[in-house]
Design a binder for this molecule. Structure first.
Ligand code: ADP
Length: 330
């Protein structure tokens, strides 16, 4: 028996990076045996920033490939495209009517995105966390595997749930975050979160040579100016990547050698490359296979829509009952 439902989503923003994999995907895979998991390719979210419609189909296809290649099993979990289950936006509208604008104005990602695209500050960008709340509670999720950057959104989801339950009667559980061992990977700049929009990523489908080019110039502990200076692994994004990808003995070895200036940053990065690529190689092999099976990919998504819709419909019936309009939805 599953311990409950869970929803988590990834935007079809092109290619997944190792931050997405470590922060979210890896936990999504691990939770498949214990929960009824619904994993969304959240295309409505991806439309809140400028995009090219002619690229959308490929982006969605590639996102589905990445989910499956990384280990999402469609026999256990539901893989679906958000916009094909219209209940997501139906519920989002209702949640909009109980969410104060002031709550949304203080969300950190809204402030960041507003700065990144000052000419594209649309209602969708402000409303993003409400749609995300709808995504999650539509399936009555009890936990949500996410990276650290999503915590304010999850707190907001719980506040919206409390408000809904208080106004209309107990309906939704308060979802808790499910965080992994490493909750945030910084970009190659060593300062900002690894994020596609900042172009500071290592992507899941990159070959060893490309990754090495990126890793070899990636920023480490900036206080370690010379090879002979001891470093501090706690201040180094390469060490965070070791924690996410390397074997226990390599992690210990690298921390020790760094602290004692026993080796240089390049030596440390070479060990990381081996461990990182050992994780990525089998994923890349499956990506190649799956890209040649478009019929299979579209079938997985079609069946995901049907399965997700069944759960979503039943929640909406309950919501309409609570709102006093069920009679008209029968
Ligand atoms: P992005 O931030 O690259 O646009 P998404 O918003 O689609 O990616 O996020 C998908 C999932 O990946 C979320 O759960 C998010 O917390 C996680 N995630 C994204 N970037 C990172 C990162 N640098 N480190 C850890 N987790 C991350």
């Amino acid at each position: 028996m599953p311990k409950g439902n869970l929803f988590s989503g990834i935007q079809p923003s092109g290619r997944l990076h190792i931050g997405n994999y470590v922060g979210a995907m890896r936990n999504m895979i691990a939770l498949q045996d214990d929960y009824q998991c619904i994993y969304g390719i959240v295309d409505y979210h991806a439309m809140t920033v400028p995009f090219k419609p002619e690229e959308m189909e490929t982006r969605i296809f590639n996102c589905a490939v990445d989910y499956l290649a990384a280990g999402i099993d469609p026999n256990k979990s539901i893989l679906m495209l958000q916009s094909t289950v219209s209940e997501h936006t139906e519920l989002a509208w209702i949640l909009n009517t109980i969410t104060p604008i002031s709550w949304l104005m203080r969300v950190p990602t809204f402030k960041e995105k507003r700065q990144q695209n000052p000419d594209y500050v649309n209602m969708g960008l402000l409303d993003y966390p409400v749609l995300m709340a709808a995504d999650i509670i539509l399936y009555k999720s009890v936990i949500v595997p996410v990276g650290e950057d999503q915590l304010p959104h999850l707190e907001l989801t719980r506040e919206i749930v409390r408000k809904f339950n208080a106004y209309f009667g107990e309906t939704f559980p308060e979802p808790k975050e499910y965080l992994g061992k490493v909750t945030k990977i910084l970009g190659l700049d060593g300062v900002n979160k690894m994020s596609k929009s900042l172009d500071n990523c290592i992507y899941l489908d990159e070959d060893e040579e490309t990754i090495w080019k990126k890793l070899s110039t990636a920023v480490t502990d900036t206080n370690r100016k010379r090879r002979t200076d001891p470093g501090n692994p706690e201040l180094c994004n390469i060490y965070t990547m070791h924690l996410a990808f390397s074997k226990e003995e390599d992690i210990d070895y690298c921390a020790r050698e760094c602290r004692s200036a026993g080796f240089g940053c390049l030596d440390c990065k070479k060990i990381l490359l081996q461990n990182l690529y050992a994780t990525l190689k089998p994923i890349q092999e499956r990506q190649k296979e799956l890209r040649n099976k478009p019929d299979y990919i579209y079938e997985v998504l079609r069946s995901g829509t049907i399965r997700a819709k069944r759960i979503a419909r039943s929640t909406m019936e309950e919501v309409y009952e609570k709102l006093g309009i069920k009679k008209f939805h029968q």
